[in-house]
Design a protein around this ligand. Structure first.
Ligand code: CA
Length: 220
């Protein structure tokens, strides 16, 4: 027994999934369809989707923001637990991947809860701020190009209310954050992001070893 986090073997991770994940059929089918795409590793894991659902329920979140939709797994997971008047503004640049997302949102009956904006996310976030939406979101999920993580985070911090939560994916980046040989622009962007949040006085912070590293930033 140690007071540090257990590292999960494949078998222990499988046990965790078997003993906690209750993935609805529609999310299972979206996962299966996405698995055919060569970029399927961009999809979050089922235990992560379920954890986000729990956070959204815990907060009683209504207004959500998503930066990086891909094939829509996380937005569908969140939309499924939002109240009828809950909304997600979802940002992505890909018509191809979000076409898959739209199909599943429609089938699940949550398409009306998701406002998909096909445009560079920074432009959409700036528009939201200019249109007076600052401080109006409860929950934001950032899982897009790593180079812009800090820029997305800054805007998300403006857009969420006090007590709102920003969740950021891939912040342990397959362990490359501590690999001195890894000097890619993505790795450097994530290191810079993690360094900056460490001392950001505007948030309460937690970095969880869930999936590929999940950072939670609760706005003061
Ligand atoms: Ca991700």
């Amino acid at each position: 027994m140690a007071n540090k986090t257990l590292s999960l073997s494949k078998a222990l991770h499988a046990y965790l999934v078997e003993h906690s994940v209750r993935e609805p059929d529609i999310l299972q089918r979206l996962r299966a369809e996405t698995a055919k795409d060569s970029m399927s590793m961009m999809q979050i894991g089922p235990e992560q989707g379920q954890f986000m659902q729990l956070l959204v329920r815990l907060m009683g979140a209504k207004n959500c923001l998503e930066v990086g939709v891909f094939t829509g797994y996380s937005s569908l997971a969140v939309a499924l637990v939002l109240p009828a008047n809950g909304r997600i503004v979802a940002c992505d640049v890909s018509e191809k991947w979000t076409a898959i997302a739209r199909k599943y949102w429609a089938e699940a009956g949550v398409a009306g809860k998701i406002d998909l904006r096909i445009a560079p996310a920074l432009a959409t976030l700036d528009e939201l701020i200019e249109s007076g939406r600052a401080g109006s979101f409860d929950f934001a999920f950032i899982d897009a190009d790593k180079i812009n993580y800090l820029a997305y985070y800054e805007r998300a911090l403006t857009l969420v209310r006090s007590g709102g939560l920003i969740v950021v994916d891939n912040t342990l980046w397959g362990g490359q954050v501590i690999d001195k040989k890894s000097k890619s622009s993505d790795t450097q962007a994530i290191r810079q992001f993690n360094d900056q949040l460490r001392t950001d006085p505007r948030i309460h912070l937690s970095l969880l070893p869930v999936g590929d590293g999940l950072t939670l930033a609760l706005k003061l």
